[in-house]
Write a protein that binds this ligand. Structure first.
Ligand code: IPM
Ligand code: MN
Length: 368
């Protein structure tokens, strides 16, 4: 029986609720595929600041480094928004320490959810793209500060050749496994770092003659993403642009609560929903656990368990097709976060027929 050690970091806000559902799914996978997941839970973000004043305590980092993969919920809390020590610093430090430079954010549309998107249905059919976001460089990690008299502030965007080369190779390899198309998104008409990116990406491209490369300014890309989303396959971009465009592309799927992500690099891979901690919804049992559960599917692929990953995705497709969604996707008829987690776990264990059927609500207060 294969045994994997997984660091579990529920974090803040809705993080713990959605991660709890992801773990139900993981337990169901254990049973069906004869795998073992040793789960080691630890603190990150505001929860860790509350407990010990540090958003990434040493034992958390050590646990992540020694695990096969990390499953994370979300970090962030408004009470620390202006504080010196902020929850997000824990996540950024973790990404850096684990060398997680390659962040993959796939976006697909489900025909059954087309109505939930504010965009026209005919634009959405067949959308299947992935944002490959460089995750450990750029504005997020450059020198920043304020002038002595606090009259000005600065953030700097720096990229090394090596940082651009390695993420570019990842993107080309991924494109090969998909529809062989890369769009490099930058702002090369203004930024020196973007021109540097372009030149390096063009140097590497001839090594992948089967992949088509085109380049697009980020302002135009933001428009094309909602004007003609099917034109995209792999979007390769730097850290900040990738952050912004991945939230934008969630509108295509219908909800940010559906988008998973995988970050890989030098140590264990990290799997987390694209959404944040959404503190307004915390503790209400109303959050969508699908992003977290699909992040488990990405983790299973990474661990070399594609059949298990496929079973998770099949369960999610089954629930969407059957109208079993959380309230942001259907305010008239919805499931609670925990109920959806239960149903998906049952489906994976092929036991859903034993159930009396899903419990659907039309009143959010009834969820608790
Ligand atoms: C994300 C988040 C993070 C980011 C925050 C929480 C630091 O928005 O993963 O997209 O900006 O990278
Ligand atoms: Mn983001």
């Amino acid at each position: 029986m294969k045994n994997y050690s997984i660091a579990v970091l529920p974090g803040d806000g809705i993080g713990p609720e959605v991660v709890a559902q992801a773990l139900k799914v993981l337990r169901a996978i254990e049973k069906r595929f004869s795998l073992r997941f040793g789960l080691h839970e630890s603190l990150i973000g505001a929860a860790a600041i509350d407990a010990c004043g540090d958003p990434l305590p040493e034992p958390t980092l050590a646990g992540c480094i020694s695990s096969d993969a990390v499953l994370l919920g979300a970090v962030g809390h408004p009470k620390y928004a202006q504080a010196e020590i902020r929850p997000e610093q824990g996540l950024l430090q973790l990404r850096k320490e684990l060398g997680l430079y390659a962040n993959m954010r796939p976006v697909k549309t489900w025909p059954q959810l087309a109505e939930q998107s504010p965009l026209k249905n005919e634009l959405l059919a067949g959308v299947d793209l992935v944002v490959v976001r460089e995750l450990t460089g750029g504005l997020y990690y450059g020198a920043s500060g304020r002038s002595a008299g606090c009259e000005s502030a600065y953030d700097t965007c720096v990229y090394s050749r090596q940082e651009i080369e390695r993420i570019t190779r990842c993107a080309f390899q991924l494109a090969r496994a998909r529809r062989n198309k890369i769009t490099l998104v930058d702002k090369a008409n203004v930024l020196e770092t973007s021109r540097f990116w372009r030149s390096i990406v063009h140097e590497i491209a001839p090594q992948f003659p089967d992949v088509t490369l085109d380049c697009m300014y980020v302002d135009n890309a933001a428009m094309q993403l909602i004007r003609e989303p099917r034109r995209f396959d792999v979007i390769l971009t730097e850290n900040m642009f990738g952050d912004i465009l991945s939230d934008e592309s969630s509108v295509l799927a219908g909800s940010l609560g559906l988008l998973p992500s995988a970050s890989t690099g030098e140590h264990a891979g990290l799997f987390e929903p694209v959404h944040g901690s959404y503190p307004e919804a915390a503790g209400k049992n109303s959050a969508n656990p699908v992003a977290s559960i699909l992040s488990v599917a990405m983790m299973l692929d990474y661990l070399g368990e594609p059949d298990a990953a496929a079973a998770v995705r099949e369960a999610v497709d089954w629930s969407v097709a059957g109208g079993m969604v959380t309230c942001e996707l259907n305010p008239e008829k919805f499931l609670s976060c925990s109920r959806l987690g239960d149903l998906l776990a049952l489906r994976i264990n092929e036991k859903e027929d034993l159930e009396t059927g899903p419990l659907l609500f039309s009143d959010q207060d009834a969820l608790l």
